[in-house]
Design a protein around this ligand. Structure first.
Ligand code: HEC
Ligand code: HEC
Length: 218
């Protein structure tokens, strides 16, 4: 190698090292937090909870185990982000009946989308065998299937009835009624819900978007 290439190599390495140290101090991204455990589902058996703890709790509970590399940027940003987004989807430590249905969880487990594949690379212990997946899925159904979400208030308009009927199958209706969004944001959310399986044809989507941005706008 020519001395010039070596010199360039050293400069690149030093700049990289300085940047690496520098980003450790950037106060950006979600923080690593473990808020108190408020309420868990009424687990059908300790075994179901143990399987969920192994495979899901790091991102869907307030009992996240933060490994050493979760303290080092940029990995720290990714792990904290996963936990934040996972808890936002549903949180086993702040459980409310109807927060997320067992069927949607089953679908995520069966399709291999959950636990997140990139997470399994670093957490082989969270990888479930087919038999364990079956047990977890059956346990989730047994645990969440008998939950009765708080009764929805009687609908007063047909748009409201439509939203109540089509938007409460996977999560509680309070997921919808507690949100405040602009029209564009509601349009994006409704499209995402349809892609997840909400049954609304194009006309119904427009009605729902119109109603939601009028009633739950910001
Ligand atoms: C490494 C973190 C991580 C683990 C472990 C994990 N999840 Fe998730 N999960 C997420 C994130 C992040 C989201 C939000 C994805 C989004 O908003 O699109 C999510 C969303 C979900 C959703 C909502 C569906 C959707 O399309 O967004 C379900 C259901 C779910 N997870 C089930 C599970 C189950 C069951 C387990 C355990 C078997 C599990 N997850 C383990 C990170 C994780
Ligand atoms: C097939 C299942 C399913 C149906 C039906 C469904 N959702 Fe969802 N919804 C989800 C899942 C899974 C999440 C969590 C992951 C996410 O946010 O993408 C979610 C999250 C949400 C959220 C919180 C996240 C955000 O973007 O603010 C809102 C609001 C929401 N849904 C509104 C609706 C509305 C409105 C409808 C009816 C048009 C609906 N949902 C129907 C599966 C569904």
């Amino acid at each position: 190698m020519s001395p010039k290439i070596i010199r360039i190599g050293i400069v690149v390495f030093v700049i990289g090292a300085v940047l690496f140290v520098f980003i450790q101090f950037l106060p950006i991204g979600p923080q690593r937090t473990n808020p108190p455990v408020i309420a868990e589902p009424k687990w059908d058996s300790p075994e179901t909870r143990a399987l969920a703890k192994r495979a899901c709790f790091d991102c869907h509970s307030n009992e996240t185990v933060w490994p050493w590399y979760s303290y080092i940027a940029p990995v720290s940003w990714l792990t904290a982000y996963d936990a934040q987004m996972g808890r936002r989807a549903f949180n086993f430590s702040e459980w409310k009946p109807g927060m997320m249905s067992a069927s949607v969880m089953e679908e995520q487990i069966r399709s291999g989308r959950m636990p997140l594949p990139q997470y399994l690379l670093m957490h082989p212990e969270a990888r479930l065998t087919d038999a364990e997946k079956q047990k977890l899925i059956a346990g989730l159904h047994a645990t969440l299937g008998k939950e009765t979400p708080p009764p929805a208030t009687a609908p007063t308009t047909s748009e409201q009835a439509l939203v109540q009927e089509r938007c409460s199958g996977c999560h509680g209706i309070d997921r919808v009624t507690s949100a405040r969004k602009t029209r564009a944001e509601w349009a994006e959310t409704v499209a995402r819900m349809v892609s997840k399986g909400a049954r609304l044809n194009a006309t119904e989507q427009n009605i729902v978007i119109e109603y939601l941005s009028k009633t739950y706008g910001r």
